[in-house]
Design a protein. Structure first.
Length: 505
């Protein structure tokens, strides 16, 4: 084996990110590293590349034990990494990026001719016919990815880690990149491929390793791996263990009056155009693996990433969803997945966090009277059972579940007609989890429409009237009524491209 990892362990305060993980990489192999959010993929890569110091375990490269203490030391050993966000300098030329830190000199100055020749030689065999004297910013993301790979291979040359390299590429660009990767494999490099796109994994890789909750679940040859079984490994459940808790799933789906309509709604590199109707008082579930396009769909609807194609409309005509401000004005709310980074303002009080969205809709020139703020805060502290000593307590001092309730209270206080909840129960205790699911059912009974994005399939089964399955940045299936089961959701996620026109039975 070119690379061998044994019993790799890394612990952070209160979290064991890697628990005695084993991993092997052969020369001339493309090996997929898969897992959901928090599985340990990023931690393993950072331990391998010297960004983190491992607690336990042994890494062997070419038969020699190695312990890189920095990314530059890992490169010197032969381990290079290319990330989704290309870590090159767009304001420099292609040649300057390729030779950065290793520029040829003459009389103490950079030899531009030699630098150009050096860059052109580095790009030989990559199928690029480009002017290396032009700024990197002049080229597409796909070409920048190939240039980053060429630099990483030149600096390292043994192990290449590709971390979500295709996330911003279209289908043609993906195949161009894959041709490059296959060529490097044929030259004997060992390549670790991290991706959430299952079709790409089956198209490109030789073996697959799945991590879950910091532990290795399985390593298998890709050709021997069934798609459904792969999803089961990643999600940590078998289809026969399904628990159905959704009473409506056994009845014919009720038709609800249309509230919103999205037609050919999409954005390049974000989510492919989709058609979607949201019913009044409907709970619409969005299912798929991490990176499948669930959050990207929500961001498009809320104007965080404005659509480049299609239209959104309600009963009164077209809607402007070009920004979060316009989405809020249209009666939309959005509770994001990363509540600590995107949802709360930790230093502000519970009261201030609750009134943020309502104040933004009114405009800052029309401040909400403090008495009204306190009334709203007290109302939702009681209604949602937010455990706090009072409305003036900083929200950063509350538990995760109570922070999530405050974020929900913020949008409920605005009384939106359409509320997007991205992983609303992630990282909260069982009691808060149940309360939030009950709250979803209460507000939809009053006419509010909700989009729920969740990795917990039982959660979607429990609350959703319909489930849209998203895979590889496409909406690929719509499930209703008795179709809303763990088995049908997993099979829709796992289905290859040729089957995507069929709703799994």
């Amino acid at each position: 084996m070119l690379l061998t990892i044994r019993s790799l362990t890394k612990t952070f305060p209160s979290t064991r990110a890697l628990d005695a993980v084993d991993f092997d990489l052969a020369a001339g192999e493309v090996h997929a590293l898969l897992g959901e959010n928090g599985a340990g993929k990023s931690t393993l890569i950072k331990c391998l590349t010297g960004a983190y110091e491992r607690d336990e375990g042994v890494i062997t490269l070419d038969g020699q034990t190695v312990s890189p203490r920095s990314t530059s030391e890992a490169q010197e050993l032969g381990i290079g990494t290319v990330y989704q966000e290309v870590n090159l300098l767009p304001n420099l030329t292609v040649a300057q990026n390729l030779t950065f830190g290793n520029e040829p000199t003459r009389f103490g100055m950079v030899d531009r001719r030699a630098q150009r020749r050096m860059a052109e030689e580095m790009l030989e065999g990559y199928g690029l016919d480009i002017d290396v004297t032009r700024d990197l910013s002049a080229y597409s993301v796909a070409i920048r990815q190939i240039i980053a790979i060429a630099r990483a291979v030149a600096l390292s040359g043994k192990v290449l880690i590709l971390d979500e390299p295709t996330a911003s590429l279209d289908a043609r660009e993906v195949q161009t990149l894959f041709d490059v990767v296959r060529g490097l494999r044929d030259r004997g490099l060992g390549i670790v491929f991290v991706s959430h796109f299952l079709d790409q994994v089956f198209d490109l890789t030789d073996r697959v390793t799945v991590l879950r909750n910091g532990r290795k679940v399985v390593t298998e040859r890709t050709a021997d791996l069934d798609r459904v079984r792969l999803i089961e490994h990643m999600l940590g459940r078998a289809l026969e263990d399904e628990v159905v808790g959704h009473a409506k799933a056994h009845d014919a789906p009720a038709t609800k009056p249309a509230l919103l309509t999205f037609e050919n709604f999409g954005r390049r590199g974000h989510i492919e155009p989709f058609d979607l109707t949201v019913g009044e008082g409907e709970v619409l579930g969005l299912a798929g693996l991490l990176g499948s396009g669930r959050t990207e769909s929500a961001e498009l609807m809320f104007g965080l990433a404005p659509a480049q194609s299609g239209t959104a409309s309600d009963r009164n005509g077209p809607l402007d969803l070009s920004s979060p401000r316009s989405a809020i004005a249209a009666g939309f709310g959005f509770a994001p997945e990363e509540r600590k980074e995107d949802g709360i303002v930790a230093d502000l009080s519970v009261r201030e966090n609750i009134v943020l969205a309502l104040q933004a809709r009114r405009g800052w020139a029309r401040p909400i009277p403090r008495a009204e703020q306190l009334r709203l805060a007290d109302e939702y502290i009681m209604k949602l059972d937010i455990r706090t000593s009072g409305p003036e307590k900083p929200i950063g001092n509350l538990s995760g579940g109570n922070q999530q309730k405050v974020v929900l209270a913020r949008w409920l206080a605005m009384n939106p007609r359409f509320l997007i909840l991205d992983e609303p129960t992630r990282g909260i205790d069982v009691g808060a989890h149940a309360e939030i699911l009950r709250l979803i059912q209460q507000v939809t009974a009053q006419g509010m429409s909700i989009l729920v994005i969740s990795s917990e399939l039982d959660e979607l089964i429990a609350v959703a009237d319909r489930v849209i399955v998203v895979r590889d940045r496409r909406h690929v299936a719509e499930l209703t009524g008795a179709e809303i089961t763990t088995e049908t959701i997993v099979r829709a996620i796992a289905a290859p491209d040729r089957d995507q026109t069929e709703v799994p039975a």
